[in-house]
Write a protein that binds this ligand. Structure first.
Ligand code: FES
Ligand code: FES
Length: 157
């Protein structure tokens, strides 16, 4: 077992875990934030995406020790009242169907828009292609990412 301090959404959590435990389980079971989902468990689907120092990572296949001394952001940390531009755009276009993949989609979009605030549709598709959606919400995701970029330009978050 290893004593690890995780910083999640700007709050510190001291946990005692198997150092090989995937970050996903530390976030869900030790930190208690359930918005990040388990999909494939093999870094293939993106459902478990969180940000580590601003970069998207697959938390199902990231050992918890790799997250020590890093800033982890999950869907719960985006905003208090769904006012993050990506959340606003997701609501405007009613993106989710079953919703299972959506926190991973949103976290990927947040990281992407930070790097590319003015994306083309092709760039959006390329950035989001690693996040799978069994419900096929891809057209709405594309529109919502575009809209979020506009919202961010109008009012930086
Ligand atoms: S659950 Fe992590 S990529 Fe699928
Ligand atoms: S909304 Fe159902 S899997 Fe994406």
């Amino acid at each position: 077992m290893a004593a690890i301090t995780l910083t999640v959404n700007n709050k510190q959590y001291k946990i005692d875990v198997d150092p090989q435990m995937p970050l996903l389980w530390a976030i869900r079971d030790f930190v208690g934030l359930k918005g990040t989902k388990f999909g494939c468990g093999m870094a293939q689907c993106g459902a478990c995406t969180v940000l580590m120092d601003g970069n998207p990572v697959r938390s199902c296949s990231t050992p918890v020790t790799a997250a020590a001394n890093k800033k982890i952001s999950t869907i719960e940390g985006l905003s208090d009242n769904l006012e993050h531009p990506v959340q606003q755009a997701w609501i405007e276009f009613q993106v989710p169907q079953c919703g299972y993949c959506q926190s991973g989609q949103i976290m990927t979009a947040v990281a992407f828009l930070k790097k590319n605030p003015n994306p083309t549709e092709e760039q959006i598709d390329a950035a989001m292609q690693g996040n799978l959606c069994r419900c096929g919400t891809y057209p709405r995701i594309r529109k919502a990412v575009k809209r979020a970029a506009e919202l961010m330009k109008a009012k930086p978050f």
